[in-house]
Design a protein around this ligand. Structure first.
Ligand code: 26V
Length: 831
């Protein structure tokens, strides 16, 4: 056994709270200890999964020490804290990240190696926390990493879904969903805190009472109770000095309440009620739109909001005996409008439970809350019917009406008789079914509202909430998204990380990504370029193996790897990519025109289970793959693969191996896009539209180092508005476009299921092509041809890729968090 002491990477030099690194032998002792006393086994008899648990428990001990130390430090300083409320946290796996941020990755690898165990196999034993759908949830996870890395007092609040996002299998080319029971074999990271359970009343009615002074005294009566039990996950920052907490709530039934029914003798009813309560945190909603009236989703949102606010107020009250300082000690960020009930709940807590006058309570509520918008898609904007709210949260509905009454009076005083404006700005949407607009509720209740890219904020101000932007222009700002370079560069691409550190002579870039600029002078150095390309090649070889393992397709690691990975959605236009691929294919087999470089098209992504078109797009990709991959005429010039079950850990393997990445949403539809940023950090070039953060990435890395094309948002909007877009014109004018569309109609890709892809012609030619595929197809094809030409020049390509890496400093989530902290939350590091 070795007792060599491996030094911990000290990480960013932020504080004075130094913890001792585990030596290799101490690590081994801890693993053996937990195998024996936490799992009841000798470590030699442990499966990989059990070894994962033993290692995770050993790491957890270190996290807990640092978490307790962090909380002591916060107690001492009594700083302002931020609370990030989100229905989704897409964390992925944690062990590698925790080891890496502790600086213990190497000692752990060594400890296991001398026990005859491969760390990478152990890491694979961890099931992922897929508690999110996509961008919004992954952003929340990156933000937690940055808060902790920067030593900021920040807490995440979310739901502890028993089932995360469904798992995707591909069967006959179609998506099949399987449940993701991710905690079935235990979760070593969560600390359950039953003693801090939170009682949440729902349903019932409001009794209109009068208090002793004759004032209105509403009483919420006859409610049912759900219990929210917190499960804390330690969130460690890089360097390990700060460990914050993500608090996830599981719904439990109230024993007290159930006992009452038990005593009344209705045993079955009591058990039913118990099951109903526990259903609330059962499953993550897997789509970004749901039909109105999904009571369960509303209950989930309220569970989050009620538990989080109770926790926040309880902690504040521990050290303050009135509310005077509340907004100067507490910031609450609403991650989209999903937790917008916080506006009404905070008012209820302050007014009903703590006897604050309405005006004071309202000032505090607005000063405390802020709201981030993440989408303009109308179907993703939640609206709850008044009748549902009245049944589930009667007191909150009252409060919302009162907020709205006062707000509209203010609007009316500024714009007298402007009834149209009042109708647009009202929190209540009038109509056959009255509905509460959660976006408007979040807007009126927040002192700050932000979009997630420059373009997106512009569109929020111009089209989503123009009246609000006119009323309160100072409240609106942009906070361009970012991603954590720890997970997406240091851990996902260790070879590139080492090359960077060796080249610029320091690893300071890990916590200060602007330092990557130090790579720029080395672009001129042929040796460095070769080393850079060699790293990319190793990553591509690794992906080549993965592709073979999961899809039995052989691909050439020297081909151009062209990657399109994200949720499947019409607005993201995977169909546009397929049209381009079909064009290239037909050029080879019908025109005898070979592309300048062989190319592997790599897709991955999940479709919402009820989204028919998205599921057909998956079938289309797999079908085109079948035909192309088996056609001897293309001689391996084109390969099309669809990797099943897209998830964080799959992205971590694909991103470092990409040469280009597709970010081709219709302009004006993708709020930001964060995949692009991960790719840029890993030296993959964007092929993209003028949408979301693409333009900002172009501004940073240089026009010549990205491939942007297509109509801009303003042009799309005008053509839509004027009805001047006629996809058939493009079809008739351009023989290439016509040939592609005819291929879909001709059963070329569905010889055994005639008519399978007729929906494409119907949607694009007969129903107006709502996502402007044909409008952009020609410039997309030209751009993809330019990409192939550029790839043919490895030295030139390496320069472009290196500039992408060197200039991604802006897209670190550290920069984003620093902006939120300074401009919205007014919080500072506590070191
Ligand atoms: C809406 C709903 C509504 C009902 C049920 C469940 C559900 C889940 C999610 C959503 C909204 C999703 C919005 C979203 O994910 N937006 C993405 O946010 C990213 C981070 O800001 C951004 O990069 C992406 O462009 C944007 O699409």
């Amino acid at each position: 056994m070795t007792t060599r002491r491996l030094e911990q990477d000290p990480g960013p030099d932020t504080g004075t709270h130094r913890h001792v690194a585990l030596t290799v032998s101490a690590f081994q002792d801890a693993i053996r200890y937990h195998a024996r006393y936490s799992l009841g086994k000798k470590w030699e008899h442990c499966s990989s999964r059990e070894l994962f648990m033993a290692v995770a428990f050993a790491v957890r001990d270190a996290l807990i020490d640092r978490m307790l130390e962090t909380e002591d430090r916060y107690q001492q300083a009594d700083p302002k804290r931020v609370h990030y409320l989100s229905m989704e946290f897409l964390l992925g796996q944690s062990l590698r990240n925790n080891l890496s941020n502790l600086g213990m990755l190497d000692p752990c690898r060594e400890a296991l190696r001398t026990m005859g165990v491969d760390l990478d196999e152990v890491l694979e034993g961890e099931s992922e926390a897929a508690l999110g759908n996509g961008g919004l949830g992954r952003l929340a996870a990156c933000f937690l990493d940055s808060l902790a890395t920067m030593g900021m007092p920040g807490y995440g609040y979310g739901i502890n879904y028993e089932y995360g996002l469904f798992k995707q299998a591909i069967d006959g080319g179609y998506q099949k969903e399987k449940p993701d029971n991710w905690m079935a074999s235990g979760n070593p990271w969560q600390i359950e805190r039953p003693d801090e359970a939170c009682i949440v009343p729902v349903y019932g009615r409001v009794e209109h009472g009068i208090d002793r002074t004759g004032g209105y005294n509403p009483m919420w009566m006859d409610w049912k109770i759900i219990i929210g039990v917190p499960h804390d996950m330690p969130i460690i920052g890089y360097g390990g000095n700060t460990v914050n907490v993500l608090r996830l709530y599981s719904a439990r039934s109230s024993e007290e309440f159930d006992m009452q029914i038990f005593n009344e003798g209705d045993y079955l009813k009591a058990v039913e009620q118990q099951i109903a309560s526990e259903t609330i945190s059962k499953v993550l909603y897997p789509a970004d739109s749901i039909e109105a009236g999904r009571e369960l989703r509303l209950l989930q949102e309220y569970l989050l909001v009620a538990c989080a606010l109770r926790d926040i107020v309880r902690r504040y009250r521990k050290s303050h005996d009135n509310f005077d300082q509340f907004p100067s000690k507490v910031a609450i960020q609403l991650n989209d409008s999903h937790p917008a009930l916080a506006v009404a709940e905070l008012m209820r807590v302050l007014v009903d439970e703590h006897a604050q006058p309405w005006e004071i309570a309202w000032e505090m509520t607005q000063a405390t809350l802020s709201y981030t918008n993440h989408t303009l898609m109308p179907e993703a904007l939640e609206k709850w019917s008044v009748s549902l709210l009245e049944a589930v949260l009667p007191r909150h509905l009252q409060i919302i009406y009162e907020i709205n009454r006062r707000f509209l009076a203010q609007v009316a005083s500024m714009w007298p008789r402007d009834y149209e404006r009042l109708r647009r700005m009202s929190v209540i949407e009038e109509g056959e079914q009255k509905r509460v607009r959660m976006v408007n509720l979040a807007l009126v209740g927040s002192h700050a509202v932000n979009g997630v890219s420059t373009l997106h904020t512009q569109l929020v101000k111009t089209y989503l909430a123009p009246d609000f932007a006119q009323l309160w222009p100072e409240r609106f700002s942009t906070k361009t998204n970012g991603v954590t370079p720890r997970r997406w560069l240091l851990q996902a691409n260790p070879l590139l990380a080492d090359l960077i550190t060796n080249t610029i002579g320091s690893n300071g870039w890990i916590a200060d990504l602007g330092k990557l600029r130090g790579l720029e002078p080395h672009v001129q150095n042929a040796k460095f370029r070769q080393a850079f390309l060699a790293v990319k090649r190793v990553n591509k070889v690794r992906l080549t193996r993965l592709i073979y393992d999961v899809s039995r397709v052989v691909v050439n690691p020297d081909a151009l790897f062209d990657v399109h990975i994200k949720r499947i959605h019409e607005y993201k236009r995977q169909l546009l990519n397929v049209m381009q691929i079909v064009h290239q294919y037909l050029c080879i087999i019908q025109d005898g025109l070979e592309p300048p470089v062989p190319r592997v098209y790599i897709f991955a992504g999940k479709a919402a289970p009820g989204y028919w078109t998205a599921k057909q797009i998956i079938k289309l990709i797999t079908s085109v793959g079948q035909v192309v991959n088996n056609d001897p005429q293309v001689k391996g010039l084109i390969r099309v693969v669809f990797l099943p079950d897209y998830r964080v850990s799959l992205a971590e393997q694909i991103v470092p191996a990409a040469d280009v990445n597709q970010q081709i949403s219709m302009a004006g539809t993708e709020a930001s896009g964060t995949g692009s940023m991960k790719f840029a950090m890993n030296g993959a070039l964007i092929v993209g539209t003028y949408d979301g953060a693409n333009t900002e990435i172009m501004e940073e890395v240089g026009e010549e180092n990205v491939f942007l094309f297509g109509l801009q948002a303003e042009a799309v909007r005008q053509m839509r508005e004027r009805g001047s877009y006629h996809p058939r014109d493009y079809y008739h004018r351009n023989p290439h476009i016509r040939r592609v569309m005819e291929a879909f109609a001709s059963n070329l890709f569905c010889p055994n299921q005639p008519g399978l892809f007729r929906w494409i012609g119907e949607s694009v030619l007969d129903h107006g092509d709502p996502y402007f595929h044909l409008a952009d197809l020609e410039s997309y094809i030209d751009t993809q041809n330019r990409v192939a030409q550029a790839f043919n020049d490895p030295a030139g390509w390496a320069c472009k890729a290196i500039f992408n890496v060197a200039r991604t400093g802006k897209f670190s989530s550290d920069r984003a968090i620093a902006e939120y902290a300074r401009e919205i939350w007014n919080i500072r590091p506590v070191l």
